[in-house]
Design a protein around this ligand. Structure first.
Ligand code: 5RP
Length: 233
């Protein structure tokens, strides 16, 4: 069965967490887009929600799907953020940022009463780190920051980190995030202690945010071939 089918099952199950009148954090990525289109159908049927998008792309898809948006700085409370992830471990720790939206995704998830994560089965891991960890950095002095990211990951127990500047599809120009930053993709193989890595990375001056989401997700929905499995902490 395809990952797409599993993502669709997860997205449909995530709708169960949406209630009339809620302000929602709208995640980014292909699973989040499936969710948005399903949400748009509910809105057409009369569901009253507003969304705070975590990327320009999500804002565009929400607009197409008919999901009303609200300016992030006009929001008092976000009830639920619904988002995808690149990896999830057994403690609901995540790697995010494959779509380069991790900064806004983390701001919104952290400000939400509840974060619901939707994944297909391929995203479940015992130890985070098979997916290269995205790290968002200021463009100024990024090669200095990249060396410090390497050192921080080594101190956190990653054996041989490989830190690479993410480039656009043409392979030439660096990718620029919605916030105007670069992304460093850090191939780790395994991150033995995600909390320690978080602490070491956060101490680097040019580092804007990293893709380890620790203690944020309370619900993980795993799309399977025939249905979705809902896990709550
Ligand atoms: C974007 C993200 C996405 O949630 C993550 O990359 C998963 O994407 P997809 O649902 O397309 O597999 O973190 O920054």
């Amino acid at each position: 069965m395809s990952a797409e089918r599993q993502k669709a099952h997860a997205a449909a199950a995530a709708l169960e967490y949406v209630e009339h009148g809620m302000t929602l954090g709208l995640g980014s990525g292909s699973t989040a887009e499936i969710f948005l289109r399903l949400l748009g159908e509910r809105v057409k049927e009369g569901l009253d929600v507003k969304g705070v998008p975590t990327s320009q792309r999500t804002a565009e898809v929400a607009h197409e799907a008919g999901v009303p948006l609200i300016e992030v700085d006009h929001v008092d409370q976000i009830a639920v953020t619904v988002d995808g992830a690149d990896e999830v471990d057994g403690r609901f720790q995540l790697i995010k940022g494959g779509g380069a939206c991790l900064l806004r995704e983390k701001i919104i998830a952290n400000a939400s009463d509840l974060m619901v994560v939707m994944v297909d089965e391929s995203k479940l891991v015992d130890t985070l780190g098979r997916f290269p960890l995205p790290v968002e950095v200021d463009r100024f002095g990024f090669s200095i920051t990249a060396r410090q990211v390497y050192e921080a990951l080594k101190r956190a127990g990653v054996k041989s980190p490989d830190v690479q500047l993410r480039r656009k599809g043409d392979g030439l120009d660096p990718l620029i995030t919605d916030g105007g930053h670069y992304i460093l993709d850090c191939a780790c193989g395994a991150i033995p202690d995600a909390r320690l890595a978080d602490q070491h990375l956060k101490a680097i001056p040019g580092l804007v945010e990293h893709g380890l989401f620790i203690g944020l997700a309370r619900v993980v929905i795993v799309g399977e071939d025939m249905e979705a499995r809902v896990m709550e902490l």
